[in-house]
Design a protein around this ligand. Structure first.
Ligand code: FES
Length: 123
């Protein structure tokens, strides 16, 4: 069972298609981008070696890590290219009249959801 916390991160109406930004929510650095009019949110930390994905290149739904080029799908955080072999966390995000909200889920028993870390996690 999971619990979720909703965090308002303000107005992102200025974020155009193909643009990205990042913000800190609780202990997470989160990459937020807009693709085809919709916002997506994934953990802003490459699963390979702890590098901000927000410094990488966004092409369609793919974000490429600036350090070694691993790619991730912003729709679900799945990895789609080496050298990473695992995805990054994906967050539910909603845009409304009062701004943008990111939903942070944590498992029962956890005092707080833990960010995933990646330190040269290769096969
Ligand atoms: S740190 Fe991202 S691919 Fe190596």
């Amino acid at each position: 069972m999971t619990q979720s916390d909703q965090r308002n991160i303000g107005d992102l109406s200025h974020l155009e298609n193909g643009e990205l930004t990042s913000c800190e929510v609780d202990d997470f650095e989160i990459l937020i981008c807009r693709v085809e009019g919709k916002l997506y949110a994934i953990e802003d930390n490459c699963s390979h070696a702890d590098t901000p994905l927000s410094e990488g290149k966004l092409s369609g739904f793919q974000i490429n890590c600036p350090l070694h080029g691993a790619s991730f799908d912003v729709r679900d955080g799945s990895h789609s290219g080496p050298p990473a072999y695992t995805g990054v966390r994906c967050f539910e995000i909603a845009e409304g009249e009062s701004g943008v909200s990111v939903i942070i889920e944590s498992k029962d028993g956890d005092s707080k959801a833990e960010p995933q870390t990646g330190y040269f996690q290769t096969r």
